[in-house]
Every structure is written in C-alpha cells, then in structure tokens.
Ligand binder design. Sequence first.
Ligand code: NAD
Ligand code: WQD
Length: 375
Amino acid sequence: MILVTGGAGYIGSHAVLELLLAGHDVLVLDNLCNSSRIALQRVEQLAGRTLHFVKGDIRRRAQLDALFAQYPIEAVLHFAGLKAVGESVRHPLNYYDNNVGGSLTLCQAMADAGVFRLVFSSSATVYGTPATVPINEQAATGLPTNPYGQSKLMVENLLRDLANADPRWSIALLRYFNPIGAHESGLIGEDPCGIPNNLLPYITQVAIGRLEQLNVYGADYPTPDGTGIRDYIHVVDLAKGHLLALEKLRQVKGAHIWNLGTGQGHSVLELIRVFEEITQTRLPYRLAPRREGDIAACWADPTKAERELGWKAERGLTAMIADAWRWQVQNPSGYRVTDRVKESIKRIPASPISGNIQREAVMTRTGTSSANALL
Ligand code: NAD
Ligand code: WQD
C-alpha cells in the first residue's frame, strides 16, 4: 500500500488515480485545508476502485504512528504542504511549520515504522534565478526569494542529509516545473481558493467570467515577445512520473533529483494565443508591470528523467490548455457546492437527533449529483 500525503490536492489526486489504475492500494492522508473530499470520490469513480482516506495532518506524530501501525505501507508519496508564494511571505511560520516541520515529522514516523521509500514534491523554484536554460539537475540551487521556495530547499537538504546518514533510505526529489491542465475526463483538476496566483487558472477564470481581465506581468523581459517563459507540464504526465520514480526507488538507495518538465518553454502571450484558438474567444488582458520575484525564463532539461526513469512528457500545450478548460467549464465553482445547492440544503429540515449528520449526508449527495449534472 502507498501512503499519499496531500492526495486530495491538485497534483496528488491525479497521482492517486494513476496509482489505482496501476493496481496499487492507496491510503490518502490529507487535512483538506486546500482540497475537497469530492476530488477523491471522483478519482474512485474514474478508477473503478476504492481507496482509503484519513482526514489528518502530517504534523501529528501520533496519527502518523497509528497509520503506519494499521496499514501495510511500503512507500510514501509526499505532496502535503502549502504552496502559495505570496501567502508564504505574509505567513512564513505557517509555511515552515507545515512544509518543513510536517516533512520532518513524516520522516521520523517513517523511520520508526521501517518505511524508507519516499517521493517528495519539490519545485524548480529551488534553482532561483537560473544562470542558463535549459536547467539540468547539476545546476546550483539558488536563493529562493520567498519562504515557500526556502521551505522546499530546506526539505531537499534535510532529505539529502538523511539519505547520506542512513543507507536504508531511497528518496526521489522531483523538481516540478509549471504543472497545469487536468485529467481529460474533466472530473478532476485544479481548484484554487480565492483569486488564483498561477497563470492558467487565472486565464480560465477570466474566460468563464469569474475575473475581469488578465494582467500580463511584464512585457519587457529579454525574451522573443517580452513576456515570461516557463516550462508548462501536463499534470497527468507529472503524475505518471511519480509512479516511475516509485519503481526506480526499489532499485536505488540514496537521494536522487529528477526534473519533471517538458523541455519546452512557452511565453505568457503564447499561452493566451493557444487558449484563444481552442476556445474561439478573445481573452481580455492588459500588459502590466513585472511581478516582484518573477524570473524571465525557466525551462527544464528533462533528459535525466528520461534516461533513468524512462519518463517523458507526452502531452503538449494544446492538450494542457484544452483539458484545463474542459475542467473549468464542467466545474465552474470547482469542487465547491454552488449557491443554488446551498439554498436547497438550508431548506432541508434538521432531525432533532441526527440533524448534522443528515445535513452532511444530503449535502454530499446533492453536491455530487449537482456537479455531475454539469458533466
Ligand atoms: P494542493 O494545495 O492542491 O495540494 C496539497 C494538499 O496537501 C492539499 O490537499 C492540502 O489539503 C494538503 N495539506 C496541506 N498541509 C497539510 C498537512 N499539514 N497535513 C495533511 N495535508 C496537508 O497543491 P498541489 O499543487 O497539488 O501541490 C502538491 C505539492 O507539489 C506541494 O508540496 C507543492 O508545494 C508541490 N509543488 C506544486 C507546484 C504547483 O505549481 N502546483 C509546483 C511545484 C511543487
Ligand atoms: C507563470 C508566468 C508570470 C499570473 C509559481 C511558483 C513556483 C511553482 C509554480 C510551486 C510568469 C505570468 C502569472 C498572472 C501573468 N509553484 N503571470 N499573470 O511564477 O512560474 O511559478 O508556480 O512550487 O514555485 O513560483 O508560475 O503560473 O504564477 O506564472 O502574467 O496573473 O505567468 O509572470 O511569467 P511561476 P505562474
């Protein structure tokens, strides 16, 4: 059985689906601070199999110990953490507590339970401002400009020290570039809380009318069209990379870094153009000043992952954007229950004995069927 921390989240839910499809048994531990249980119900629907879910927190050592005692866990995919760059600047303690403290507690519990195979969600943000592109794994890590990036680098260092100190560990440090897109069914996808920070969810929310217009942050970068260039990677390709890393860790000890990107850079204006082509609409946008902390260009050299894991991204930008758009159109409020459904829940009379339970059950049923009605 594979323990997936943060498995209800955007990338985690796609990875859980791939694990189930590949025949693994899966236990998800998630505190749902940035996700919904509905994502996992949809994963089960797509996989045609059930999974185990525990609502809980990676910082709670007793809870982790109980899980390792109860389930035959052989390896861990560790996605749980906070990821909003701006929020990390305002609330650094939350980020160090969740991302660094949580990872530390998880590793302690794993070691005591005798589980030594771990795949960690790292980020290209650890490269800081790259000296050259494409970036390979030998490139020096930079100085991340925010606590979120620092927390990723700190956990990478912690895991490297751990693998150096104890040869029983097999650890993958997967450095994701820019994950976008959604499962092609449109049933699971990215569901950011509040106003999205990332480009593609912002674009889809403008297109659907939830936001007014896109700000293109910086048109004066030293790039062909002046806008920032990134290596966007389809979340399903990314999820598949985790399964291959998990298999590779059966054969190798120590901590290993793999970039997960396509090796192709695309500019902001290019994304807008492809989005407009796919949707046959005009996207309202304006050129705005650069966003603090942004870099001009960043894309991966993914050849190490291809050579060592046999992994290569298969989906191009058109598929990424088409899939993200399908998810957005089919789920205009993400996994959240719409106002219309909330109204109908308010009208349900509460039973004097089990009012809350009854309401919750009805809400889940109504929420799911209403979401399915949109499909
Ligand atoms: P997400 O917020 O959708 O998923 C993270 C999940 O972890 C959520 O379901 C959340 O509820 C859960 N969680 C948070 N703190 C927890 C805790 N203390 N205990 C238990 N569960 C907790 O984010 P995502 O985009 O799916 O990212 C997954 C991982 O990948 C994160 O570690 C993130 O830093 C990393 N990453 C993401 C990106 C990206 O652009 N999305 C890029 C690089 C790396
Ligand atoms: C992409 C491009 C923006 C929003 C961030 C994190 C990184 C990683 C992935 C977790 C840039 C431009 C964006 C908008 C815009 N996350 N943009 N208007 O900044 O490359 O990476 O997410 O690990 O750590 O820093 O991604 O999607 O925010 O931006 O013009 O409203 O789109 O300037 O060029 P980024 P992004």
